[in-house]
Design a protein around this ligand. Structure first.
Ligand code: NAD
Ligand code: MG
Length: 391
């Protein structure tokens, strides 16, 4: 299978290439795309004998070229080169750039008709309907990589959609599941980055601590499983072993379980419709003993409710929510705002963009980018205001 990986140096990208390196006879790697870090990208390209490595940061181009000199692997840099790499003919594109930055390359890949293994959930949150319409128009199948959606994809019976009572996404609850508001008010980036179960990129790890990640995932699920969009719910499951469940009208509940290792859902996509063996550890249920579940605490984790409210107001609001959240998370990681400020800033941006009449349903990619940029500007202002008031 010919495969390109967008976000090749990230957590999902590295897990994907790990599986590729273990089964080199199955894959021919075409393009690897990274944001920066040319050395790491060059190493990854050499390890899987990619045809071309592309770095989005144009300034990193010379370093990438030098690192690949004499290897026969081509290199390129800059946004146009990223788009060109994303549209090289392949069977599958792993879309694992983080944030709205992944939208344009992932959309370009979908327009070639390649199967898209979609990890980049922000792409759906900020332009899901447009993205999925374009993918369908060009015959590009979209397979969900996100563990919860992958789980549901595995247990959702297409012939019984009318008999689905509820789709349940599990949430670990993150590192602050049992913390008080006072404790969370003082939480540092280092504390928020210590996810109890999953090892992931920084942005999604902070989203997991605020539960915004689960909110983004409810939006993602509503787009991936539109027939049951009004029946999606969240349950906290601190062990992160059950990833998603579907409850049917006959009283059956089907679930997918596995170790919290993204190589399982990634392999499901890479091998689809067959299954592919992975080195992921197997579950020893007797040793695990207990699985627990609890309702999410929406008062302590307001981001979940903000995302679900944005979903009810549809795509324009989720686009603004996503842009504001990306800015707020970056500001928190830089130590400029507090942990609880993230959700406050998102809420402020939604209120202000609504008051400014910005929350229209975007009907073109340009409109998505304009709304995203407007929300980011409002979020920047909010960050400044909040940061100025901090002790
Ligand atoms: P990460 O931060 O570890 O990696 C992001 C990758 O994107 C890196 O290769 C980076 O260089 C690249 N990148 C960033 N900006 C870019 C740009 N402008 N142009 C090109 N490349 C750029 O992130 P991650 O944890 O691997 O997550 C990737 C995506 O997958 C996110 O959307 C995340 O929500 C989703 N996801 C991740 C996990 C996980 O376990 N890590 C699970 C589910 C979903
Ligand atoms: Mg997930």
């Amino acid at each position: 299978m010919r495969l390109s990986v967008l976000g090749a140096t990230g957590s999902i990208g590295r897990s994907t290439l790990d599986l590729v390196a273990r089964a080199p006879e199955r894959f021919q790697v075409v393009a690897l795309v990274g944001g920066s870090r040319p050395q790491e990208l060059a190493e990854a390209a050499k390890a899987v004998r990619a045809e071309i490595a592309v770095v989005a940061d144009a300034a990193a181009g010379p370093a990438l070229r030098d690192a690949l000199a004499g290897t026969g692997i081509a290199s390129a840099a800059g946004e146009a080169a990223v788009l060109e790499a994303a549209t090289r003919p392949v069977d599958m594109v792993m879309a694992a750039i983080t944030g709205a930055a992944g939208l344009a390359p992932t959309l370009a890949a979908a327009r070639t008709g390649s199967t898209i293994a979609l990890a980049n959930k922000e792409c759906l949150v900020c332009a899901g309907e447009l993205f999925l319409q374009e993918a369908a128009r060009h015959g590009a199948r979209v397979l969900p990589v996100d563990s919860e959606h992958n789980a549901i994809y595995q247990v959702l019976e297409q012939r019984n959609l009318a008999m689905v009572d509820t789709i349940l996404l599990t949430a670990s609850g993150g590192p602050f599941r049992t913390w008080t508001m006072e404790e969370m008010e003082r939480a540092t980036a280092a504390q928020a980055l210590k996810h109890p179960n999953w090892s992931m990129g920084a942005k999604i790890t902070i989203d997991s601590a605020t539960l915004m990640n689960k909110g983004l995932e409810v939006i993602e699920a509503s787009l991936l499983f539109p027939e049951v969009a009004d029946r999606i719910d969240v349950v906290v499951h601190p062990q992160s072993l059950v990833h998603g469940l579907v409850a049917y009208a006959d009283g059956s509940m089907l679930a997918q379980l596995g170790k919290p290792d993204m190589r399982t859902p990634i392999a499901y996509c890479l091998g689809w419709p067959e299954r592919m063996a992975t080195p992921v550890g197997r579950l020893d249920l007797a040793a695990i003993g207990t699985l627990t579940f609890e309702a999410p605490d929406r008062a302590r984790f307001p981001a979940l409710g903000l995302a679900m409210a944005a979903l009810r107001r549809r795509q324009g609001t989720t686009t603004a929510l996503n842009g504001a959240n990306e800015v707020a998370v970056a500001a928190f990681l830089e130590g400029r705002i507090g942990f609880l400020d993230i959700a406050r800033i998102v809420e402020t941006v939604i209120e202000r963009s609504d008051a400014l009449g910005m929350l229209q349903e975007p009907t073109s990619l340009e409109a998505v980018f304009a709304l995203d940029a407007g929300a980011r500007r409002l979020a920047d202002e909010s960050v400044h205001t909040v940061a100025a008031l901090r002790p």
